[in-house]
Design a protein around this ligand. Sequence first.
Ligand SMILES: [Zn+2]
Ligand SMILES: [Zn+2]
Length: 341
Amino acid sequence: MQAMVLSRLAPIETRPLKLTSIDRPAINGRNRLLLEIEACGVCRSNLHLIEGDWKKYGSPSSLPVVPGHEVVGTVIKIGDGVKKIKAGERVGIQPLFSSCLECEYCKAGRENLCENAEITGETVQGGYAEYICANEEFVTPIPDSIDSEHAAPLFCPGITAYKAVKASEPAAGRSVGIFGIGGVGHLAIQIAKMHGARVVAASRTKKHLDLAERMGADNTIVFQDSQERFLKNLKKEEGLLDSAIVFAPSDKAIDAAVKSVKKGGIIVMGVLGNVTNFPTFEEKIVKGSVIGTRKDMADLVRLASDSGLKVVIEKRRLAEANEVLAKLKKSQVEARAVLVP
Ligand SMILES: [Zn+2]
Ligand SMILES: [Zn+2]
């Protein structure tokens, strides 16, 4: 099969992903499935992995690796022990490829926190390829109402948005600020609106603020270099917020989010970053959020199908992965790019 293979960590401008012919994965376990891939989303995390930003976290676990962790395909073969999924079904794979199902987190239904998880496209082969092997317990069937290209982003930005929005405790009469509009943010806006919250979007570029408006944000405020100006505009137009969610990979955005919420308000961190000068006496709450559980995934797919959640995509060929990632690095992708083999 054809796959975009990463053999050395390097800046994306040097085109480190090479279109290579490699063996099709074998079904390597009784509860495994073989999928013919129809779409795979391109994530900022893929960029971090490829450029070596996550070497310090032990990712990728080895090289060469095939990145890609928001994958949709049709099951073409199943292992002997597979019970829940049939050949011919269309399913999606999220970054959580599998977990141990035995540790305290897995037993408590928080398998996204498992200490022994496998991560798609990092510790096992990912979706920048024509075929992929998956684990029956960790795939989610996709209803006919959603096509594969629009389904793929549900499996990383979608679930990330879904869980982070829930953590922000949205409700009618409450306001939520979303810092960073793109693959994750454009979905978070819509999900927060479904909860009845007032949504304020903050981003650096007009293109992304326009997208936020199209997705139903009640207000959009540009956030560039001057935090002071941003906070002044926010206070004038909205007052302080009940909660804020940060998807922009920037300590400045995190700091602005902390300052944007009322005393006792909630800040949800959907990115890695630093909270500095935390105002302890204001009793604000900072929560971390990482992808989601299998239940979150199934709930989101149902929600997307029932509600007509808009997933904004641009379709690209698998071989274009380097160019797409370079565009993403320059904030030139509007929402989500999706690779099709
Ligand atoms: Zn991702
Ligand atoms: Zn576990």
